[in-house]
Design a protein around this ligand. Structure first.
Ligand SMILES: CC(C)(COP(=O)(O)OP(=O)(O)OC[C@H]1O[C@@H](n2cnc3c(N)ncnc32)[C@H](O)[C@@H]1OP(=O)(O)O)[C@@H](O)C(=O)NCCC(=O)NCCS
Length: 207
């Protein structure tokens, strides 16, 4: 058994719930992904098959095996994101590295039909706090293409620090794309009672 504090977990805030993916998510995952081709494709690696085939329930089951392997090895926390009890997306902490680094990358997507409701900032705040409080991690990083304004807004609203510019960093949408590196460390949020507490305050003060 590998060292993997904080996994598995279920995290909730209002209508947003995160939990490990299940085999029973296959149909919902496939429906959401197939309905969101134009929404998701620009921000992902090019699939090797047509979008419809690359997002079948069978593909989800293969993906689930990969996600669970990463979780078993202690290198990933792959969460399904639910909103009002429906499967709407994913948020994965990956590339977990421990020893002197204790850091991970966060990657996420959500159904375009629920975009703009703060689902992913809420989910990311929940996961960051969980990673710091129960996952023995110290730093969470998000890498985003400069032109991905919605995703940059997520981390900017939460107060992640813009740290770096990576040229030709990830192979997305058929080419090597530049990415901006954002990060948050435990010290950035602990005095405020965590990132979710900060996000609640910000949402409360804007509404
Ligand atoms: C990036 C993403 C996860 C944001 O999730 P979300 O839950 O909608 O986040 P928010 O509700 O905080 O909205 C973030 C920004 O999206 C934009 N937005 C809001 N509603 C939108 C809509 N219906 N359509 C397009 N963009 C919208 C706004 O710029 C918003 O910022 P604002 O709050 O300052 O107005 C989502 O847009 C997405 O899944 N995009 C496609 C995949 C992707 O880019 N993944 C991340 C790769 S790094």
């Amino acid at each position: 058994m590998n060292y993997h504090p904080g996994w598995p977990a279920v995290l909730t805030e209002g209508p947003v719930m995160l939990r490990p993916h299940r085999r029973g998510d296959a149909r919902a995952w496939s429906e959401v992904r197939r309905a969101n081709e134009r929404w998701l494709q620009p921000w992902e690696p090019l699939p090797t098959q047509p979008w419809h085939d690359a997002n079948s329930p069978a593909v989800f089951r293969a993906l689930l095996r990969d996600l669970r392997r990463g979780a078993r090895q202690g290198t990933a926390m792959p969460f399904a994101v639910c909103y009002e009890d429906r499967f709407v997306g994913s948020l994965t902490l990956g590339n977990i590295v421990r020893r002197a680094f204790c850091s991970a990358y966060a990657g996420y997507w959500v159904d375009g039909r629920v975009a703009g409701h703060g689902v992913i900032p809420t989910a990311l705040a929940l996961v960051v706090d969980h990673a710091f409080q129960h996952g023995a991690l110290h730093r969470i990083e998000v890498n985003i293409r400069p032109e991905n304004t919605p995703s940059r807004r997520v981390v900017e609203k939460l107060g992640f620090r813009e740290e770096s510019y990576h040229q030709n960093y990830l192979h997305i949408g058929g080419a090597w794309r530049d990415h901006i590196g954002y990060a948050v460390t435990l010290e950035d949020v602990e005095a405020e009672g965590g990132l979710l507490a900060r996000w609640r305050r910000l949402r409360g003060s804007s509404g």
